[in-house]
Design a protein around this ligand. Structure first.
Ligand SMILES: Cc1ncc(C[n+]2csc(CCOP(=O)(O)OP(=O)(O)O)c2C)c(N)n1
Length: 953
């Protein structure tokens, strides 16, 4: 055979014997070898006699580009360019040891479907280090792998192979912490990746595998053709999780919050969370209806659960499995936020020793979903860290019908971990002891170094994507192998029997006992009551009456002044920016009761709301892009000293027993950050959690969180969140991307009192609204459309007295209503100020302007009473800035039509239907805007009137 160089490369590794053979041929007759070899051999006198390393093959040959997979790792042709020739044997053996530490995982036997897939990668070839087979018996430095100083080279290599190339692969070299690298190396090399387990421990692993496997096969038999997303092929997850919880508890962790997708979820609920088998079986019944008092529930493999358990070693632990939607990986930031919230409540947000986030991923989802990256980006940030997450990738080497070679460009599914310098263990699911060992190391690492750790559980999927799918349609070869596989439990059981650690009769008895307990549970099945851990946090789902019963949110002048004074002062010696010093003076003057010229503006009202909430002991967390200052420079929640590197956050220095205040500039992410804040709002249910968008448009980067969690979590999972979103919104001629926070989208999501959608127009309204959010015994997400231009609008101010009494008003009637109202103009948001100014300019005396401040839930009774005070009413116009297919028009139109007397015309004044939210040119914007005002106060130019789209309802 005379192979071409391409064949070598495509085979994925370079075999030096074969090269030598080719080279011998070449030396006899250069024409006898494939032409691609010649330029390479032209450079050598003899490739092996001289331990000089040729340059990377890609540099020495013009070879077609390698595939990304080849470049990424396993099959890439690689020559480390070491100056081997000039090094002594000790140095060379050290290089060899380092190469195994770095690349040994490429040779590890981690794949249960293709056990002999990995042969020694070229990075480990002996010749790279100036050794040949003849050197194997020679004594070399043991490099600390043996107690002896020197041992035969062969022993060094065998030790390295058994440590790094057996059934666990580890990637830990060049991670960002040399201390962690050293610690891990000591653990791994000292134990050769093996832990001596007692017979009891081994039997425990077997028992967990029994439960895991028999649970699945039992359901398969009893509920034929029903989806359960079986764990089979990856059952080892169960002993791994059991061990993680047990080891973690002995290291001080007493609370675990888990996020995981569909695969194996029922198994985890049953065998880790102790959810009763009978409850699970009941959910498979055709006539199953959730026992939840409210809400429409969710499918069984998305639900959450909460358990208080004792570990094998007697430690009490709380386990939460967070409910998750079908959207893979969306749960990741939610879990992190929830954990961070729990850590804050439990004063564990510095040491991070008590609460552990655990994320279980699918290989395809982990590699494919961008939110994974966004979430990892949060992991070490002051405002978002949770002290390290243990990630387990249930790597069944397929995503639905898509194989890894079509699903990712990286070598391993876990390669993203490398960006963050996190250690990765690749484990073979058919080696349960190795999997458990790696898991225990992972928890120890997390507790010691507080970084994220990854376990790549390489396994297979016994059935199709779900149990009704035929996998051989798309993966015939793989499934020929998989169908012949013995269950992992059987393999391990036989190993224990073979080692004399278990009698087969005992094994059979254990299996029979477990099967009969499942049979009993099947007989007992009844309608279960959902346990999410959230039941007692607040009231049941609120109704209209709860929403429109006003509570007092005013604050005494004295408190406002005390809080306000602290907001406007910095410590002695702190050098403020001169403009901020002036701002503080102005803000202070807003607090004077008798000030008839300086009223409270939006920024001050917002800070007063926070300050007074904190004053009463409630905690607040506020985050978003550039939120400390505020995108529009209206907030200044954080001051920087202009000389020293020092910051000062006045809201943290109000008084001793105040609530905790956190404000963070977030990374430039919406999806993960909003998910995180949603999770945080669950973790700290009594606090006020706020996320602010830079511009409201960007909230759609978090659309999955808005759709799948914020607007639906309560109904699906009884999960109550008071998360508040601040979404800057308003048409000010800044173009299509910075005008609309998409009010219409939130309104289409509104139903069953799921959230509050508010467009407040005065500083005092914002103040009362934020206070209402913490004082009212209703826990609902709050969506606030916040202003941009209005932040400095001379009319958008409130008197101090507006803050001392009253409450948020869902509808603001005309502050100066005419005696007779011929035309009623209804609107929401900043356009009110332009309409009111136009009315003043035109000196019109028969038009009332009424603001709908809260769009949802809509206060119908209040609007009816406003309408009834309008004597002589002939028509009602809904005015909005947004195009007619956007904004609130489509939502409000049927409501208005229903409550307006039949003889009253309802018409629309606003932009016409449009694909883009707003025009790019300021002058066109202005023209449109004027047209809307013209439509309200009498058409002057019919062509402009058309642009505004004044149409009959
Ligand atoms: C964001 C998202 N996109 C698409 C899907 C549809 N889907 C459900 S499972 C699945 C494959 C998941 O593969 P993997 O992550 O490897 O997990 P496995 O099912 O193999 O355990 C897909 C594409 C989804 N649920 N979520």
């Amino acid at each position: 055979m005379n192979p071409s160089l391409d064949e070598f490369i495509n085979n994925g590794f370079l075999n030096l014997d074969l090269i030598e053979d080719q080279y011998a041929r070449y030396q006899k007759d250069p024409a006898s070898v494939d032409s691609a070899w010649r330029p390479l051999f032209d450079q050598f006198s003899s490739p092996l006699q001289q331990p000089q390393i040729p340059p990377p093959i890609s540099e020495s040959l013009s070879h077609p580009t390698l595939t990304p997979q080849q470049v990424a790792g396993k099959s890439v042709i690689y020559y480390p360019r070491l100056e081997i020739a000039s090094s002594g044997p000790d140095m060379r053996v050290q290089r060899l040891v380092d190469a195994y530490r770095t690349y040994g995982h490429l040779a590890a036997k981690i794949n249960p479907i293709f056990p002999s897939e990995n042969s020694d990668p070229p990075q480990l070839a002996l010749e790279n280090f100036g050794f040949s087979r003849q050197d194997l018996p020679s004594h070399v430095s043991s490099c600390g792998l043996f107690p002896e100083e020197s041992v035969p080279l062969l022993d060094v290599i065998n030790a390295l192979k058994s440590t790094y190339c057996d059934r666990i692969g580890v990637e830990y070299m060049r991670i960002h912490s040399p201390e962690m690298e050293q610690w891990l190396q000591d653990q791994v090399e000292h134990k050769r990746f093996r832990q001596e387990l007692s017979i009891e421990q081994k039997q425990m692993i077997l028992q967990q595998l029994n439960k895991s496997e028999i649970f699945e096969s039992f359901i398969h038999m009893k509920f034929v053709g029903q989806k359960r997303f079986s764990l089979e092929g990856g059952e080892t997850l169960i002993p791994m999780l059991a061990s993680l919880i047990d080891t973690g508890a002995s290291l001080g962790i007493d609370e675990y919050i888990l996020g995981m997708a569909h695969r194996g979820r029922l198994n985890v609920l049953a065998n880790i969370f102790d959810k009763s088998y009978s409850d699970i079986f009941s959910e498979f019944e055709d006539n199953y209806i959730p026992a939840s008092v409210e809400g429409s529930g969710d499918v069984k493999y998305h639900k959450g659960f909460y358990s208080d358990l004792k570990t094998v070693h007697g430690h009490s632990v709380q386990l939460t499995l967070t409910p998750n939607p079908s959207h893979l990986e969306a749960i990741d930031p939610v879990v992190e936020g929830q954990v961070r919230g729990r850590q804050t409540l439990r004063n564990d947000d510095v040491a991070y020793d008590k609460v552990l986030p655990v994320l279980i991923h699918g290989d395809a989802a982990f590699a494919g979903q961008g939110v994974v990256y966004e979430t990892l980006q949060l992991s070490q940030l002051e405002g978002y860290a949770t002290g390290g997450t243990v990630h387990i990738i249930v790597n069944n080497q397929i995503g639905f019908t898509t194989l890894p070679k079509y699903g990712r460009s990286t070598c391993y599914a876990t390669d993203l971990a490398k960006v963050f310098g996190c250690p990765v263990f690749h484990v073979n699911a058919e080696d349960p002891e190795g999997c458990v060992f790696a898991t225990n190391l992972a928890v120890q690492l997390r507790q010691k170094f507080h970084c994220d750790i990854f376990i790549d559980l390489v396994c297979y999927r016994k059935y199709g994507h779900n149990e009704t799918d035929e996998p051989a349609f798309t993966q015939p070869q793989e499934y020929q192998i998989i169908r012949k596989k013995q269950p992992i439990r059987d393999i391990y059981r036989d190993e224990l029997i073979h080692q004399g650690l278990l009698e087969s009769s005992v094994a059979e008895a254990l299996e029979a006992e477990f099967k009969s307990s499942l049979q009993e549970a099947l007989k007992e099945k009844k309608l279960p009551s959902p346990r999410t851990g959230q039941e007692n946090t607040r009231s049941a789902i609120a109704k209209n009456d709860d929403f429109f019963r006003h509570i007092q949110t005013g604050v005494t002048v004295q408190t406002l002044q005390e809080v306000g004074f602290r907001l406007c002062h910095v410590p002695e010696g702190f050098v403020l920016h001169p403009k901020l010093a002036v701002l503080n003076k102005e803000r202070e003057s807003m607090l004077k009761e008798d000030n008839a010229t300086r009223f409270v503006d939006w920024g001050m009202a917002e800070l007063l709301a926070y300050g007074t909430i904190l004053w009463d002991g409630t905690s607040i967390r506020l985050s978003g892009q550039d939120t400390c200052r505020g995108t529009f420079s209206h907030r200044h929640a954080l001051f920087m000293d202009q000389v020293k590197v020092q910051e000062y956050i006045p809201l943290q220095h109000l008084k001793g027993d105040q609530g905790h205040f956190d404000v963070y500039n977030s990374p430039l992410s919406e999806y993960a950050v909003v998910g995180f804040e949603f999770g945080y709002s669950l973790g700290v249910p009594e606090g006020l959690t706020i996320w602010e968008a830079q511009f409201g448009d960007f909230a759609n980067g978090a659309q999955i969180v808005i759709d799948q969690f914020i607007s639906t979590a309560e109904q699906k999972w009884c999960q109550k969140s008071g998360l508040t979103l601040l979404l800057p919104h308003g048409f000010e001629g800044q173009g299509p991307e910075h005008s609309s926070a998409r009010i219409e989208r939130f309104l289409t999501l509104a139903g069953d009192h799921n959230m509050q959608i508010v467009n407040p127009t005065t500083p005092a309204q914002l103040f009362h609204l934020l206070r209402r959010q913490v004082l009212r015994p209703i826990k609902k997400p709050l969506i606030i459309f916040t202003p941009k231009g209005l932040l400095r609008h001379p009319s958008c101010v409130s008197r101090l007295s507006d803050f001392t009494q009253g409450s948020f008003q869902e509808i603001l009637d005309d502050p100066s209503p005419p005696k007779r109202t011929r035309r009623l103009v209804l609107c929401s948001g900043r356009i009110y100020y332009d309409i009111a100014a136009e009315r003043d300019k035109m000196a019109v005396d028969d038009i009332s302007i009424v603001r709908i401040e809260q769009l949802y839930p809509f206060d119908i009774d209040r609007l009816k009473s406003v309408i009834s005070r309008c004597q002589g009413l002939k028509e009602c116009i809904w005015a909005q800035e947004e195009p007619s297919n956007m904004g609130a028009w489509n939502f409000i139109r049927p409501i208005l039509r229903e409550i307006l007397p039949k003889d009253i015309d309802l018409t629309y004044a606003g932009r016409t239907r449009s694909a883009s939210p707003a025009v790019g040119s300021y002058s066109l914007h202005k023209k449109e805007h004027d047209a809307i005002l013209d439509a309200l106060f009498g058409p002057k130019d019919p062509s402009i009137f058309d642009i505004a789209g004044h149409q009959k309802a």
